[in-house]
Design a protein around this ligand. Sequence first.
Ligand code: OXD
Ligand code: MN
Length: 608
Amino acid sequence: MTLTDTVTSASPKTDESRPVDVIEWVNEISALTSPESVLWCDGSKAEADELIAVMVASGTLIHLNPNLRPQSYLARSAPSDVARVESRTFICSLDPEDAGPTNNWYDPIEMKDTLRGLAKDSMRGRTLYVVPFAMGPLGSPLSKLGVQVTDSPYVALSLQMMVRVSSEVFSMISAGASWVKCCHTVGAPLNAGDVDVAWPCNETKYISHFPESLEIWSYGSAYGGNALLPKKAFALRIASVIARKEGWLAEHMLLVKVTSPEGKTYTMAAAFPSACGKTNFAMMRPSLPGWKVETLGDDIAWLRPGRDGKLRAINPEAGFFGVAPGTSQATNPSAMEMLWGNTIFTNTALTAEGDIWWEGMTKEAPEGLTTWQGEPHDKTSGHPAAHPNSRFAVGLSQCPTLAEEWDDPEGLVVDAIIFGGRRSTTIPLVTEALNWNHGVFLGATIASERTAAAEGTLGEVRRDPFAMLPFLGYNMGDYLAHWLEMGNTLRVTGRPPRIFQVNWFRRDANGDFIWPGFGENSRVIEWIVERLEGRVPARRTAIGWTPESINLEGLDLGRSALESLLEIDAQAVADDLDDAETFLEALGSRLPKEISRQLDQTRERLRP
Ligand code: OXD
Ligand code: MN
């Protein structure tokens, strides 16, 4: 049976399990966008095979050499559709104050009008896929449901790798569960006789969120977070709004389980801005003997007080959409192992043998590469062969370090929350917050330097509270207040996790990184665990508790290097506080007083 047969035979007949309100919504979108056919997806292997067959035939997917990379495919995007577009991402709350000064606000009624105008007949000649999905284990008290409609088979297939796609979701919606509407179109209708392109999209793009009606509309892009709506749009922007109402947290955090040599286990959730190595941390192979780090998630965590009152976390996703360049045997051997096959790559280079390659995978680029744009690679050109934001999409189950609890509906009790950023100076290797509110202040003042791959001035420090700046669905000031409030709740029901701040990226006078990072970060994890177990004293400084020492055994790093890593330069910290204050003051009256108080107290502690 071809995909088209499936479409025409399956669509008109009413499936009893399909909820009436989902059918009505799909009919409404379908009447607006005029697709050629409608396909209700179920997440099965047969469906994935059909989607792949359609895309290989249309040229959207290149079948990689099955002897080198079984069941794996490469997609090449349009050159203008290669990353999340923050400038085209909108929060359309009724009151602009509810979006706050850190978001692009747009009037919801006007936005709906604009989108309806753009979406009119936008799916002409295409199939509309209806994808029901769960964020988190099906039936877990921490999970949420959604349905994405999309006219991109690439997106429909990627969703199968990234989230739990299942028609069981329909039964749960029929039984009354709430769900988020995710409407996506690439905005590239096909008229009779038109020849399709490999990566249809539109130069006009809108990624619009309607927090009051729990809806997302995405127009014009098929790339990553713009189009895979369960990820940043639902699991962070919309979920953060739901979480505030319901008393939990939707965070841009990796989630790991750490086992000490004594066999004690700890769950850690860590927030880092984009391009700080979250995926590498999530799959860390500790250099310290006897330690184990197991993966639960690399990008998003939902944290909620459980029935026992303790803060519990799940990863709402079921796959990775990782940045490829820089991933290698040295930086992330587990990821390299995980990508053995069954993977969709986007915008990587293609080798002469039909395998993928990206900058950093090996020292030297192989001969005969084809670039992400499908051209022969000229090594002397200075242009990378893979796009700096090229990606792999793969299911969690392929991760060799996956923790067995990854699908536990109760989630894991969080012992430590870690904040980090990319800072050449000022921020020590590791600090422990003095208490929950001080930890919230540390999260509120996270900043990270722009890397060469990102827009903006190299090295410029961008404030990115909780690494949520592009991902928060409501007012940043209200968000900080919510974090403070969560501390109050957890103090009553249980014990809030301890909060830490790390910085792997401090540089010496020559501009070289002082800390080796990657598996050696286990030395910092060891210190964190020792703190949790109350086994090591620490130095109380103006910005929190810092180590008296870190285990450097077997590492070619002297005491003086460690001192530089832990150094607190009072002037640099004071300047950093001024910068943080300027950022925070822009939140106006919604900035919690407690955050200003934490800032004042830090300044006071800095005084000689
Ligand atoms: C991501 C990001 O793609 O944070 O995960 O930008
Ligand atoms: Mn991310």
